[in-house]
Write a protein that binds this ligand. Structure first.
Ligand SMILES: O=C(O)CCC(=O)C(=O)O
Length: 273
C-alpha cells in the first residue's frame, strides 16, 4: 500500500484496491465457496446462519453467512489473499495486527438480500478489546447491481450510531444503523479479486443482488488488541438479541463446554481491566 493509499484510508475510513490475489486463486476459491454454501457446514454450531432473516430451518436465507470459513476448508488459511491482506492490515493498524475473524456472505442470483447500513463496532460485545479493519474481496466483479460495498466517507470520525436488529426483529442477527445521512455514500465497484478495506466504525452497506449470478464475497478482519480499547458497556441492541444462531451454538456446546464458556466470560472483566 502506498503512503497516499494509507492517507486516503485514514481520511475516509475506507479504501478500494483493484487486485489483492491471483486469478488462479479466485478460480479455486469460487469452487470451494460454492461447495461450502451448498453444504452449509457449521449450521449446528451457529457458524452458518441468515444475516438478514429470522434463520428458521427450512426457510431460504436472505443473506446466508458463514463464519470462519477456514475452519471448514483448511486451505483457506494459507491463501495469497490472506498473506496480502495481513501485510496491508499491518500497514494500516501497526505490526501487531493479527487475524481476529473471517466470514463469507453470499447473495443468491436475482434474490440475494440487502446488507443493511451498519458499523461493525455495533456488533462488539462488552470487553471486546480490539480495533479492527475488514478486508473484503469479491469472487466475481461487483457493482451496484449485484451488491458491491458502499461507504459513508468520514463516518469513522464520528460516534457509534444507534442501531437496532434489522426490521426491529431481535431474532435477526444483522443490525441496521439509525439516524445518519446516507446521501454522501460512495459505491465501490470492483473486479474479481479486488478488495475494499474499512474500519470498524465506518458506516457501510451492500445492496440486493439483481444479477443472474450469485454474489460471492469473503472478508478477513484484522485487529490490534489493547486494554485501551476495552468496551466497558454492552450496546443495548445486543442485549435484546434472541437469535436462532446463538441458541444452536449454545446447544452444540453442551453443558461442560457451556460452563467453560461462562467461566471465560466471567474472567473477561478481570483480564481486560
Ligand atoms: O458482504 C457484504 O454484503 C457485507 C460485508 C460486511 O458488512 C463486512 O464485511 O463488514
Amino acid at each position: 500500500m502506498s503512503s497516499e493509499q494509507i492517507e486516503q484510508f485514514r481520511a475516509n475510513g475506507f479504501l478500494a484496491i483493484p487486485r489483492i490475489t491471483t486469478d488462479d486463486e479466485i478460480a479455486w476459491m469460487r469452487v470451494v465457496y460454492d461447495r461450502l454454501f451448498e453444504q452449509k457446514p457449521g449450521w449446528q454450531q451457529g457458524d452458518f446462519f441468515d444475516f438478514a432473516g429470522s434463520d428458521k430451518k427450512g426457510e431460504a436465507a436472505k443473506v446466508p453467512q458463514l463464519l470462519n470459513p477456514s475452519r471448514y476448508e483448511q486451505k483457506l488459511a494459507n491463501t495469497i489473499f490472506r498473506a496480502n491482506a495481513h501485510a496491508m492490515a499491518r500497514q494500516l493498524l501497526g505490526p501487531s495486527a493479527s487475524l481476529i475473524f473471517e466470514h463469507a456472505m453470499m447473495k443468491a442470483a436475482n434474490v440475494g438480500g440487502e446488507t443493511a447500513w451498519h458499523q461493525d463496532e455495533a456488533f462488539y460485545a462488552r470487553y471486546t478489546n480490539y480495533r479492527a479493519v475488514t478486508v473484503w474481496m469479491p469472487l466475481q466483479p461487483v457493482d451496484e447491481r449485484n451488491g458491491c460495498m458502499e461507504f459513508i466517507p468520514g463516518s469513522h470520525h464520528g460516534s457509534v450510531k444507534p442501531h437496532r436488529h434489522i426490521d426491529n426483529d431481535p431474532r435477526i442477527h444483522g443490525l441496521e444503523a439509525l439516524d445518519f445521512d446516507r446521501s454522501p455514500a460512495i459505491a465501490c465497484p470492483l473486479p474479481a479479486g479486488g478488495a475494499t478495506f474499512h474500519g470498524d466504525r465506518t458506516l457501510h452497506h451492500s445492496g440486493v443482488n439483481r444479477s443472474d449470478q450469485p454474489r460471492r464475497a469473503y472478508a478477513l478482519v484484522f485487529g490490534t488488541r489493547s486494554k485501551e480499547f476495552v468496551l466497558r458497556e454492552d450496546f443495548p441492541w445486543n442485549l435484546e438479541a434472541q437469535t436462532a444462531r446463538e441458541e444452536r451454538a449454545e446447544n452444540a456446546r453442551g453443558p461442560i463446554q457451556n460452563a467453560v464458556h461462562a467461566l471465560k466470560q466471567a474472567a473477561k472483566p478481570i483480564l481486560r481491566r
